[in-house]
Design a protein around this ligand. Structure first.
Ligand SMILES: *[C@@H]1O[C@H](CO)[C@@H](O)[C@H](O)[C@H]1NC(C)=O
Ligand SMILES: *[C@@H]1O[C@H](CO)[C@@H](O)[C@H](O)[C@H]1NC(C)=O
Ligand SMILES: *[C@@H]1O[C@H](CO)[C@@H](O)[C@H](O)[C@H]1NC(C)=O
Length: 250
């Protein structure tokens, strides 16, 4: 009996070991990092201000193991950059957030699907228009990251985009748009948050939003919307959105 038990334990331990080894291979180091993308990430990092070395892991050969970087486990291409700033309990007095410049070297990450720079502090810089050329993007989160100025209409080129979060509720800076007609090109868009983005001059906002076939979540409070169509209550689709989201809370 004791023998069977230890045999089973041994077998079980062996299985666990091999399973770990396999998942480790497949999950992380199977393909590794593509050299040209590693260099692009290093150029991107060089433009950033990182006063507390949050990106200190960005060194060495395997860029897929760097903080905030994820690669496709089959092709090795970088598919996600998640540098969302998470508030630490002890950072009340010091600003640890990333800032600086978002360089166009990101364009070399051809398979990038997910970009999250939210809650950082880009100090009033404009949103780089070349984000609109990153055709594979599904998810863009630049909320409360200290961007200001006009939202680049080139974002309208992101035909695969499903999530766009430009919420500026906690931002010291003001994002705005004179027109958001470009938005209506985002046929895959499901989620849009432009809280406290000034849309006072964007008289086309309703048509742009209403043209989005896939939209199911919309946040437009504090946008100073004008030109709210009288017929708004006759559209069943917008009616449900109005009930769930405070469009008129301007
Ligand atoms: C690759 O990752 C995905 C999810 O991230 C997973 O479902 C898939 O099984 C992985 N493939 C391999 C070969 O590990
Ligand atoms: C964007 O990031 C913020 C945190 O910085 C988060 O609260 C929000 O849910 C994110 N938006 C989406 C669409 O995931
Ligand atoms: C957007 O798409 C149009 C047409 O496909 C193209 O001519 C233009 O260069 C693109 N703009 C950007 C910023 O990629």
């Amino acid at each position: 009996m004791a023998n069977i038990c230890s045999f089973v334990a041994l077998l079980f331990g062996y299985l666990c070991f091999t399973t770990n080894a396999i998942s480790h291979c497949n999950g992380e180091s199977n393909v590794g990092c593509i050299q040209s993308e590693r260099l692009a990430l290093l150029r991107f990092k060089a433009g950033l201000k990182d006063p507390h070395q949050l990106l200190s892991s960005w060194m060495g050969a395997n860029c897929c193991a760097w903080t905030g970087v994820s690669c496709d486990n089959e092709t090795g291409h970088v598919i996600a950059i998640d540098l969302r700033y998470h508030h630490l309990s002890n950072d009340h007095s010091t600003d640890w957030r990333l800032g600086g410049e978002i360089g166009s070297s990101l364009l070399d990450l051809k398979d990038l699907k997910h970009l999250d720079l939210s809650s950082n502090n880009f100090g009033g810089r404009t949103i780089p228009h070349y984000i609109g050329s990153m055709a594979e993007l599904r998810y863009v989160n630049l909320s409360n990251a200290g961007f200001s100025g006009r939202i680049p209409h080139q974002l309208g080129n992101l035909s695969n985009l499903e999530y766009l979060d430009l919420n500026s509720f906690h931002s010291l800076y003001n994002l705005n748009a004179d027109s958001i007609r470009w938005l209506s090109n985002l046929a895959s868009l499901r989620y849009l948050d432009m809280t406290r983005v000034t849309l006072a001059k964007a008289s086309d906002w309703f048509h742009a939003v209403n043209a989005l076939p896939s939209l199911s979540v919309l946040h437009l409070p504090f946008c100073r919307l004008s030109n709210i169509p009288a017929a708004i209550s006759h559209s069943s689709r917008t009616q449900s959105s109005i009930q769930s989201f405070p469009w008129f809370n301007t």
